[in-house]
Design a protein around this ligand. Structure first.
Ligand code: CP
Ligand code: NVA
Length: 306
């Protein structure tokens, strides 16, 4: 694997290896160890959208591994694909740096970067997917439930980039997911078909949040208004009003159910403050695990060691 663009294209062993390396490096760094496997290497980080977790955790991960991250705002380079074509940016950066990560609107921007770059390209979120988030989430689930096999995730809200990457992670790693959305906001059938072709019946959709959480180990939600959808904010808030993760919904789930959110959380909309702050919430463990997973990803793609 040269690049990390979408979970559905990754071999299962590659994903499991990333989880194993994440756990090993998490332990190493927690006890004061150090693995400078990327000494002398540079990562270019291109962002078309805002970021707290992804930006800072990648910068820290790269630094932890002895390498050097460079953060690039689109305006610094005259826009990605505007001042010059994406394929030229990919080839030029490949002559300067050892890896590229990009957060873009169009998913085709990261696939084009990968096609033309001779160095690894990492998808740091597109409108279509968020694979680093989903893998950090799997790591978090594994830590809380010991084994991910047989885990049921209830995804409540928008059938968006985060839901899609989780669906692909479920398909590849032996979990199941029920996605509860309002009508018109479902995951597309191509996504469902691709996931179910890998693992038959792993993804199901409903319009009833209570049905989704009835047998859940994980209740997962994300913003109703993703970056780039701000003009639809009012309509979306009305359409999603019955899909809030709140005490009333959570009490219909099994006692062992944990609450997850990729963050940032819009409290009072997709999740209440009460539930976000409850002992069931593991969203800060998720956020922390972005760092641990991304150290593993950078090591695997850029050092070619495991
Ligand atoms: N969850 C996540 O990707 O957060 P940021 O947008 O802050 O990077
Ligand atoms: N679905 C959200 C995820 C943010 C991390 C978005 O794309 O804005």
């Amino acid at each position: 694997m040269k690049d990390f663009l979408t979970i559905i294209d990754c071999p299962v062993e590659f994903l499991k290896d990333l989880l194993r390396i994440s756990t090993r490096l998490k332990r190493l760094y927690t006890f004061g160890g150090n693995d400078p496997c990327l000494a002398g290497q540079t990562l270019a980080m291109l962002f078309e959208k805002p970021s707290l977790r992804t930006r800072i955790s990648f910068q820290v991960a790269m630094t932890d591994l002895g390498g050097h991250p460079i953060y690039v705002k689109p305006e610094d380079i005259g826009g990605i694909g505007k001042r010059e074509p994406v394929k030229d940016i990919a080839r030029i950066l490949s002559r300067y740096v050892d890896g590229i990560m990009a957060r873009t609107f169009e998913h085709s921007t990261v696939t084009e970067l990968a096609q033309y770059a001779s160095v690894p390209v990492i998808n740091a979120l597109t409108d279509w997917s968020h694979p680093c988030q989903a893998m950090a989430d799997v790591l978090t689930i594994e830590e809380h439930f010991d084994d991910i096999k047989g885990i049921n995730i209830a995804f409540i809200g928008d059938g968006n980039n985060v839901a899609r990457s989780l669906a692909f992670a479920c398909a590849k790693l032996g979990m199941k997911m029920i996605v509860a959305t309002p009508a018109g906001y479902e995951l597309d059938t191509e996504t469902i078909d691709r996931a179910n072709q890998v693992s038959a019946g792993c993804i199901r959709q409903t319009h009833d949040p209570k049905e989704a959480v009835a047998d859940a180990h994980i209740i997962y939600t994300d913003t109703w208004v993703s970056m780039g959808q701000e003009a639809e904010k009012q309509k979306r808030r009305e359409d999603f009003a019955a899909f809030q993760v709140n005490a009333e919904l959570v009490k219909t789930a099994p006692d062992h159910a944990k609450i997850m959110h990729c963050l940032p959380a819009y409290r009072g909309f997709e999740i209440t403050d009460e539930i976000a702050e409850s002992p069931k919430s593991i969203m800060f463990d998720q956020a922390e695990n972005r760092l641990h997973f991304q150290r593993a990803l950078l090591k695997k793609l850029m050092s070619q060691q495991s």
